[in-house]
Design a protein around this ligand. Structure first.
Ligand code: NAD
Length: 448
């Protein structure tokens, strides 16, 4: 690792990664490699997580291809040195912002979208002109192998290299003086990364998790609401950082809404063959402990790593399922009488990564969106906020630090170097010593 780090440093200092042509070409190479290896990526996702071809293509491969196209379209303008305004008293001066690569970056990935969640930040790191070391998740070994193969065949290891392994490997990587660490994973591990990085003052992006609330008030369109929640929750078997963690439904529509939810589930999943599996037996055991059979109104059959979607009703904050992020196919339903109640409770909780509000009442929507703090979200939808590269994605507080996607990815892997350029033709002595009374009077007129 140290040897790779040193040779990547050498390569970075050649300045090669900084040109537009180089960055553009590397994105091209990445795109072709993803296309060429598409079948193997899909197979690996099936082996590790039983992801259907459709889900895997939409959320892991197509997503990445579209993203590269977007970056290639905008890269030139993002890279430009921008001339900005200068205060009038700074005579004969121009001011500039020049994005420069952070340098050597480390990307650490999770298991749930094991391909997309290392390749999407990689696109940003390439676009910003960095060298990269990637540590994919050890819980999806087939996907990690195909990532390693693609990177090895496509890029020189002095530029981008995959390092595989578990905690020990991560710990060794965290000893290296990277210029940026981009981590996606759990809040607990995020804390470890932050602590390690702090010792060397390495800037971090932490894309973490949490319990994302989904509020359904009595004015919501029940059918559409049910479809969009079921989709967002059971996509990837609930192993999505921004999945609706739980539903808060207004008591007046609870029964009607639960009926529509159950109808929708059976429409969407006539059988559960196509569903993604839970990543490991350990996670299945963790999820089993969250189920309170008395509250289950749907599902619960568990075969190996496949869990039939579970809906639990009349759940309260005291239930096991409400203690931590669920990250699996269990959907608890809580109820509220007034929006005030929901707001008060959410103010006591950690700021979530995502929040969803289903309502047709503009006042209610406005209230929730202005009073509750959260990373990102949607009105009358779930998940779709991540699809739009024009909006930055990331958490707040315990759900994360920093944002990426689209231009935000370019910015997160760049340092915005800023400077002024002062003409030498005229050099008024006003600010220079000796400081006379006359100069002081004049400066007080200007700086007020
Ligand atoms: P995780 O935190 O267990 O693992 C993520 C990475 O950290 C892995 O590569 C792993 O090897 C490494 N790691 C684990 N323990 C470590 C330690 N002690 N020291 C150093 N490195 C260590 O996360 P996971 O289980 O793979 O993913 C699920 C979590 O990730 C959920 O909480 C989910 O919400 C979150 N997540 C967030 C986003 C986002 O974009 N915000 C996306 C996907 C997942």
């Amino acid at each position: 690792m140290e040897a790779t780090f040193t040779s990547q440093r050498k390569f970075y200092l050649t300045q090669e990664t900084k040109t537009l042509v180089f960055r553009y070409q590397q994105l091209d190479k990445l795109k072709s490699a993803v296309k060429q290896n598409q079948d193997d990526i899909l197979k690996a996702l099936y082996k590790d997580l039983h992801k259907s071809t459709f889900e895997a293509y939409v959320t892991e491969i197509g997503y990445i291809l579209k993203s590269i196209t977007f970056f290639q379209k905008h890269l030139k303008s993002w890279m430009k040195i921008k001339k900005v305004k200068t205060p009038s008293f700074q005579l004969f001066t121009t001011s500039h912002i020049q994005p420069e690569p952070k340098g050597q970056v480390l990307i650490i990935g999770p298991f749930n979208y094991p391909f997309q969640l290392v390749i999407e930040p990689l696109i940003g790191a390439i676009a910003a002109g960095n060298t990269v070391m990637i540590k994919p998740s050890e819980f999806t070994p087939n996907v990690s192998n195909i990532i390693e193969k693609i990177i090895k065949e496509t890029f020189d290891e002095n530029y981008i290299k995959v390092i595989q392994g578990g905690i020990e490997v991560n710990q060794a990587l965290l000893e290296l003086p990277f210029n940026h660490i981009f981590f996606t994973g759990s809040t607990n591990v995020g804390q470890i990364i932050y602590e390690k990085a702090a010792k060397k003052l390495i800037p971090v992006t932490l894309e973490l998790g949490g319990k994302s609330p989904t509020i359904v008030d009595e004015t919501a369109h029940l059918k559409v609401t049910a479809r969009r929640i079921i989709y967002g929750k059971f996509l990837n078997a609930g192993q999505t950082c921004i999945a609706p963690d739980y539903i808060y439904v207004q008591t007046s529509i609870q029964k009607a809404f639960e009926n529509v939810l159950l109808e929708t589930l059976s429409e969407f999943y006539p059988d559960y063959e196509s569903m993604t599996h839970v990543v490991s037996d350990q996670h299945v055991e963790r999820l089993k402990k969250l189920i309170d059979k008395k509250k289950v109104i749907h599902g619960g059959n568990i075969t190996d790593r496949h869990i039939e979607p579970i809906i639990m009703s009349n759940v309260t904050w005291e239930d096991n399922v409400m203690q931590n992020e669920i990250f699996g196919p269990i959907l608890p339903i809580l109820t509220f009488e007034t929006l005030e109640e929901v707001i008060q409770i959410l103010h006591e909780k950690d700021q979530p990564l995502a929040l969803y509000m289903f309502s047709t009442n503009k006042k209610n929507i406005k209230r929730i969106f202005s009073e509750i703090s959260f990373g990102n979200g949607a009105i009358n939808d779930t998940i779709m906020q991540v699809v739009n590269p024009h909006i930055p994605f990331g958490g707040i507080g315990s759900s994360g630090i920093g944002q990426y996607h689209g231009k935000a990815s370019f910015e997160v892997f760049s340092h915005m170097k800023s400077y002024v350029n002062h003409s030498v033709k005229i050099d008024p002595p006003i600010a220079y010593p000796p400081y006379t009374k006359k100069k002081e009077k004049l400066i007080k007129k200007i700086l007020k």
